[in-house]
Design a protein around this ligand. Sequence first.
Ligand SMILES: [Zn+2]
Length: 246
Amino acid sequence: MHTIILNRHQVCQGPLILINSSHPLSKHYSPDLVCLPDSSGVLMERHAAHLLSACVQAAKGTGQIVPVSGYRSHTEQQAIWDDTMSTNGVSFTEKYVAPPGCSEHQSGLAIDLGRLSSHIDFIRPDFPDEGVCGVFRSLSVNYGFIERYKDGKQSITGIAPEPWHFRYVGIPHARLMEEHGLTLEEYSDFLSRRPWRYAQESDRRAIIFYVPCFEETTAITIPDCCYQISGDNQQGFIITLWEAGE
Ligand SMILES: [Zn+2]
């Protein structure tokens, strides 16, 4: 066993941070970005980019599934907000574009995908349930992605359904959210209601638990195994421990 000391500012860091209009991204967040292959310069967080490419390949979607929009700086998000506002008006903009500082795209963990065509809508790309896009959608959880703004969840997410927007959270978390029909808004509360939860990841089992952050520093003692710690951008940390494979 060993003890790890976490600082309060780490609540705003990691792949499980909640980003929405009530939970803006920390100004100190700076993702490790890479360029997606065959994307004319679309950037994404390094680990998320690797798993996105693997999922597109598994879906046999290379060349047909197009990364439309990945990482955006605060300035780019502001420009998209302003352009959409002047072209489409307030109600459309508030429905489909997050205010600057509150977009998942600024984390590098989100990607908008479209089906290859001669014209792809930048704000609302076509990403249907059929064909190769549907195959990608059904596989995405196994690569750590959730469809972030689902139909029927608008009262929780505050965003209209966006079947083209995927958010990287990590494989065990995507599986757990899918299994229990949860949005990211509901995930910390779900975890905090039990001491721990289990999720399978290929031949390994992940043990997941929530640690609230009450003080400037939080000490947690964990076994000597592979682990990940992510803040939730709210009140605490989500700890993932992986048991050794069989
Ligand atoms: Zn998006």
